[in-house]
Design a protein around this ligand. Sequence first.
Ligand SMILES: O=C(O)c1cc(=O)[nH]c(=O)n1[C@@H]1O[C@H](COP(=O)(O)O)[C@@H](O)[C@H]1O
Length: 240
Amino acid sequence: MTQVVQGTPIRADVRDKLIVALDYPSVAAAEAAVAQLGDVVSFYKIGLELAVSGGIDLAADLIAAGKKVFLDLKLHDIGNTVERATAAAAERGFDILTVHAYPMTMAAAARGAAGSKLEVLGVTVLTSYDDADLAATGVVGGVTETVRLRAGQARDAGIAGVICAPTDAAMVRAILGPDRRVVTPGVRPKGAAVGDQKRIATPAEALAAGADRIVVGRPVTAAEDPVAAAQAILAELQGA
Ligand SMILES: O=C(O)c1cc(=O)[nH]c(=O)n1[C@@H]1O[C@H](COP(=O)(O)O)[C@@H](O)[C@H]1O
């Protein structure tokens, strides 16, 4: 169904570019948000907080309701474990699964997803990290150099694409080419609270830099009017 925002119809392909992060402490809270957002939002992310709170099973209801679902567990473990967990996520019908962008982890996830529609995305460098935060983990090389390295490794591992900051998206798109996914959290509409994010851009800037999809949590879920907040982001994406 086509959405109409302030007289402008929002195309279905534009709606699929907005992934709303269901970062809630209970399944009931997530279900209430999904009910409130109705047809406005077509793509949801189940992340760590909701998964630990029993939210993985919510995916079946979302899929039955025609939504796309991103399982954000940011896997990183021995190859056998990652491969089997990825195959289990594919079996459950998820559209996207995240793993950390380490070569062996990405290769294992690629094996686990083989033959399914599941898109494995490698998390390059978290959007809450700056150069100093990354250096504190022992990584040699700044954010830009590390994202460049990991994007190339994601391409070589044969996974669907990466998660990166919108500020990295143009560089990553050049590395991955047009056929792989570039998905960016760290997105803040003008004037929205930044919170713990450090490498941010607006929805329109993220798309202009080469992102396929954006992930947005608090600017929608903590808004006084989440429906209006999501609609405003979609209108910005459509205009980008
Ligand atoms: O993998 C992710 O989705 C992710 C990667 C990253 O580098 N940064 C990041 O913020 N995220 C997720 O994207 C969402 C961003 O939420 P907000 O900061 O509330 O918009 C959260 O659910 C994070 O877990």
